[in-house]
Design a protein around this ligand. Structure first.
Ligand code: RIB
Ligand code: CA
Length: 313
């Protein structure tokens, strides 16, 4: 079965790995890449999306989107994690292609309207483009097949603050709208992405299998791995964004739970995703007023990491 998807992204080293999967996997029909600020500014994100497609020999529409959060001030991009160019500061070949003239939000709205019920929206950066698309055309709620978001954390704690994951923290106001919109939604958060580690051996296989694209993936991985080693004491990297695609194609590797999500938009808990399991009563009922969604709580991390390497080898 082929999955038509739009991939919303802020590439980003782990985004680049996921884009490579979206470009290469025979069961994915990549309809477009939409870009957002996050790991880098949005112009760099667009440049990298175009570059990665060209290196894979594909002409995929790339539509540029959010340059900043909806409400809060933008934090500087995390250059110590992804490099200033988002791809580990390795030297990059020139890009030939140009971005689609439409905004990311318009591209999402047009694509979902053209193929109602068919298209999955996979978002792996701050979710401002999804919030903007909802504002442009709220009827897309009933037209998207599913929204899969890499972001948030149910029990794992955060990676930017003790409670907040980066994509949620970068635009909590957008996240609050997107996670409670009432469309079919699966959250793939740190509870599962932290259980997956892409090792040097995995990456050597990917480099060998992907030609010019493999060189960029492996070069940028080296920079990203230094961050993991220094700050987290892990020998390898968490392939956060690829996990969203792993869930889409290999859901049997994950365990999920249904419930209600809320996103804290201000204060110490800013960006925290708060989960109220389905059917569990609380004295304060507001936690259960948001629409039901699905969250990933468990994963076979080794199998997912192997699946990523096998896909790209
Ligand atoms: O928290 C992990 C997420 O933050 C990933 O999407 C990664 O690319 C960074 O943006
Ligand atoms: Ca990302």
């Amino acid at each position: 079965m082929s999955h038509p998807i739009i991939f919303d992204t802020d590439p980003g080293v782990d985004d680049a790995q996921a884009i490579a999967i979206a470009l290469r996997h025979p069961e994915i029909d990549l309809l477009g890449l939409t870009t957002t600020y996050g790991n880098v500014d949005v112009e760099t994100a667009t440049h990298n999306a175009l570059l990665l497609s060209e290196l894979a020999g594909r002409e995929i529409p790339v539509a540029q989107g959010a340059a900043a959060p909806l409400v809060k001030a933008r934090h500087p991009p995390p250059a110590h994690i992804h490099g200033t160019n988002g791809l580990g500061d390795i030297e990059l070949p020139p890009v030939q292609g140009k971005a689609d003239p439409r905004s990311a939000a318009q591209f999402i709205v047009d694509t979902l309207n053209a193929r109602p019920g068919e298209v999955t929206l996979v978002a792996v950066g701050p979710v401002g483009n999804l919030a903007a698309a909802l504002q442009l055309d709220p009827t897309i709620i009933g037209k998207v097949k599913r929204v899969v978001i890499m972001g948030g954390s149910i029990r794992e704690g955060g990676n930017v603050t003790p409670v907040a994951e980066a994509n949620m923290f970068n635009d909590p106001d957008a996240a609050a709208r997107v996670l409670t919109a009432g469309w079919p939604l699966t959250l793939v958060g740190l509870d599962v992405t932290h259980r997956c580690v892409l090792t040097g051996e995995h990456m050597a296989r990917i480099e060998a299998g992907q030609g010019a694209l493999g060189k960029v993936l492996a070069g940028s991985y080296g920079f990203y791995r230094d961050f993991y080693r220094e700050f987290l004491g892990i020998d390898g990297c968490c392939p956060h964004d690829s996990c969203a695609l792993a869930w889409l194609l290999r859901p049997e590797l994950f365990t999920t739970s249904r419930g209600h999500l809320t996103v804290a938009t201000a204060g110490d808990a800013e960006g925290q995703t708060i989960f109220a399991p389905e059917g569990r009563g609380f004295i304060e009922t507001r936690w259960s007023r948001t629409p039901l969604v699905e969250v990933c709580l468990g994963v076979d991390g080794e199998a997912v990491s192997d699946w990523i390497a096998d896909t790209l080898a």
